[in-house]
Structures are given as C-alpha cells and as structure tokens.
Design a protein around this ligand. Sequence first.
Ligand SMILES: NC(=O)c1ccc[n+]([C@@H]2O[C@H](COP(=O)([O-])OP(=O)(O)OC[C@H]3O[C@@H](n4cnc5c(N)ncnc54)[C@H](OP(=O)(O)O)[C@@H]3O)[C@@H](O)[C@H]2O)c1
Length: 238
Amino acid sequence: MSLGEKKVVVIGGSSGMGLAVAKMAANEGADVVIAGRSVEKLRRAADEIRQPVETRPLDVTQEREVKEFFAETGELDHLVVTAATGVTGGFLELDTASFRQVFDSKFWGQYFAARYGAQRIREGGSLTLFSGVAAAKPMAGLSAYAAVNGAVEALCRSLAVELAPLRVNAVSPGIVDTPAYAGMNPSERKKMFDSLAARLPARRVGRPEDVAAAVVALMKNGYATGSVVCVDGGYRLV
Ligand SMILES: NC(=O)c1ccc[n+]([C@@H]2O[C@H](COP(=O)([O-])OP(=O)(O)OC[C@H]3O[C@@H](n4cnc5c(N)ncnc54)[C@H](OP(=O)(O)O)[C@@H]3O)[C@@H](O)[C@H]2O)c1
C-alpha cells in the first residue's frame, strides 16, 4: 500500500516528528496538510518539505477551531497528531496550572482532533496519536507527561474498538532530537543527549525520521490497530 494520492493531515507538522512524517508522506506522493499555531513555522516547514503541501494555522487546544478545521478540510485518509507543549518539573514543585496545561495541550488537543477528525477519515484510513516513553518508564520530573501519555494510550485502545473499522494507533517516542529541546542551552542539551545515548541499547538518541518511519508504517498496515508502537532506542528497558 502506498500513500500516493492519499490525503494525510499532520497536526504538529511544522516541526520535529510531525514535520518528518509530512516529508515522508509528501515524498510518497500524498496530498499533505500540515497544521500548527505559528504561520511562520508552517511557512518554513513547507519550504523544507520541498513538495507542494497545504499549510493551515490551528490551535488544537481550541475545540471550535478544531471543529472548523475539519469541516473545511473535508474527507481525508490519515490523521496524525504530534502537537504538544508543556513544562516538566518535580511533582511537588510544578503548580496545578502547569500540570493541567500539559493535559490541555497533549490530551485535549488529541481528543479534539479525534472527536472532529475521525468521522472524516475515509474507509481504510487511520488515526495516529502520540504518546511518549514517560508512560512506561517512571522518571522524576515527568509525572505530567507520564499521566498524559498513559491517558493517550488508553484513549487509543478504546477508540480502536469503538471507532472500528477505523484504525487507531499510537506511537511512543523516546528522547528524539527535535526543536522541542531548542530552549535548552546547547552545551547542556548535548551533555544530556550524550549521557542518555551511552545508556540506551540503541546507543544514540532518536531522530525525527526514526519515529516518522513508524508512523508511515502504521498508516499503511491495514492490520495494525489499537497498537502502541515504541520507538525509543530501548529507553523503557534500561
Ligand atoms: N522530542 C522528544 O524527545 C519526545 C519524547 C517523547 C514524546 N514526544 C512527543 O512527541 C510529539 C512530537 O514532539 P516533537 O518533539 O516533534 O515536538 P516539536 O518539534 O516541538 O513540534 C511540535 C509541533 O506541534 C505544534 N503545536 C504545539 N502546540 C500546538 C497547538 N496547541 N496547536 C497546534 N499545533 C501545536 C508545533 O507548532 P506551533 O508551536 O507553531 O503550534 C509543532 O509543529 C509530542 O506529542 C511530544 O510530547 C517527544
């Protein structure tokens, strides 16, 4: 199965793993739509993809915007949601508003996308959600992500049953070098990536394309549904 002539919508497609998915799908001849909040990021992403893609500003945390987005988009074949933002921090130090913001962005964003996007997905299509290694591997400072990723995985499995025959899967990345870490001091970031790489069975941190390849495989595999695919270099094991 190829993605040629399929319509692929990537919410979060202007950066990191979403951008890598958009590139791969566009290279296979898909009709790609990328969405995110920043028009400038969308423009830069479209230049980087080097294939015609549609760019659509969207804040996935805003229910009405998401509803209108899908009404305008019409029918599609594959929907991928990588959009998320949020802070990390110790459970007792992080205030409630910050913990809640992780859910507003990563859980409710994916919920709204599924709620309004799923019914537009054509027969044979798929919905791919994004979880993360924190769901499976408890780490100090990541309780909000652990909780939100666990919620996304539970939602994925439920929707795979309830929305069948629509296929619903989730991808759980490990630490992947994306612009999500752009706010870190570059030498601190390198130190963190190097020390993690030394511990990981894969001996390196992830690249956006590692994860995008799994997303594209899930889109194409007509027998994969309710799966949570870990692409984490073995991080959950060590
Ligand atoms: N990178 C990692 O190490 C890692 C590890 C585990 C899990 N993950 C998960 O993997 C997913 C992708 O992460 P990434 O590293 O590729 O992130 P990224 O490079 O920061 O990209 C995030 C994308 O989402 C968009 N976005 C953020 N908030 C949005 C909103 N409210 N509405 C619409 N679009 C929004 C961003 O564009 P705008 O800012 O312009 O909106 C951007 O296109 C996330 O769910 C993340 O939690 C990442």
